[in-house]
Design a protein around this ligand. Structure first.
Ligand SMILES: Nc1ncnc2c1ncn2[C@@H]1O[C@H](COP(=O)(O)OP(=O)(O)OP(=O)(O)O)[C@@H](O)[C@H]1O
Length: 233
């Protein structure tokens, strides 16, 4: 298999846009978001749009409000003021996740959960054979096929984040929100993760990713910078 370069991805994306496979315009629009933890203001009047087919890096120093913003965009937290408009289903890839010891799930189980029900509003619940195919495809896309039968908790933090990414892929989510998917990863793993996210954008998803490392910020199509809960660029 040939390596997929950023140039390949850009050309592929342009073609899909020209062919109308990807529609332009934001998949998610947030306006005037405010949020506080008691006396601590985490977000102060933040606006942002996430475009289909693009990777947006959410950058800023520690405590700037990046995780809070991602959680509000995902609907996990409710803003004190402001609105989030989105049509599509969201896949949230959080930083640290484990399953309870009393609930021993395999990697395949966690990805399969992505195919349960139909939260996308784009059709009926997929049948068993389609669910199985989607899970296999999603695991292959995040390069975790060989771990399918492993206990979820036995994987590294970065691998577990990729399992959550695969869950979103299996669900056909069109918006991916990731909290520091590159944290603690080596250079090769960071590059691989960036390529996976770029590939989802090429397929028309809107991807937003909290990023600390400069390479990921430079590689993103758009950058949203927060400082002390305010958007500065
Ligand atoms: N559960 C909480 N209770 C109280 N304050 C909190 C809580 N979570 C976050 N905060 C505060 O809200 C502000 C924004 O935090 P947030 O985690 O969103 O920042 P961040 O940019 O993601 O930081 P980091 O880069 O360190 O992960 C910080 O001042 C933080 O101390």
């Amino acid at each position: 298999m040939h390596p997929v370069t950023v140039k390949h991805i850009e050309i592929h994306y342009q073609k899909r846009l020209e062919l109308g496979v990807i529609t332009s315009g934001p998949a998610l629009s947030a306006r005037n978001l405010h949020f506080s933890f008691g006396d601590v203001t985490a977000l102060h009047g933040v606006d942002l749009d996430l475009e289909r087919g693009k990777v947006t890096a959410i950058a800023g120093p520690n405590g700037a409000g990046k995780s809070t913003l991602i959680e509000i965009l995902a609907g996990v937290r409710t803003p004190a003021h402001g609105t989030v408009d989105r049509d599509d289903d969201v896949a949230l890839v959080v930083q640290r996740v484990t399953t309870p010891a009393s609930l021993p799930l395999t990697v395949r189980d966690v990805v399969t959960m992505g195919t349960w029900g139909d939260r996308s509003g784009r059709g009926s619940t997929p049948r068993a054979a389609e669910r199985k195919a989607r899970v296999a495809e999603a695991l292959a896309r995040v390069q975790l096929t060989k771990y399918a039968s492993s206990p979820f908790n036995a994987l590294s933090g970065g691998q577990r984040q990729r399992v959550l990414l695969a869950q979103g892929i299996a669900r056909r989510a069109r918006i991916f929100l990731l909290d520091e998917p590159a944290a603690g990863l080596d250079l090769e793993s960071r590059q691989r993760t960036r390529a996976m996210l770029a590939a989802e954008a090429v397929r028309g998803a809107a991807v937003a990713c909290v990023s600390h490392d400069e390479e990921s910020i430079d590689a993103a199509d758009c950058v949203v910078r927060l400082v002390c809960g305010r958007r500065v660029s």
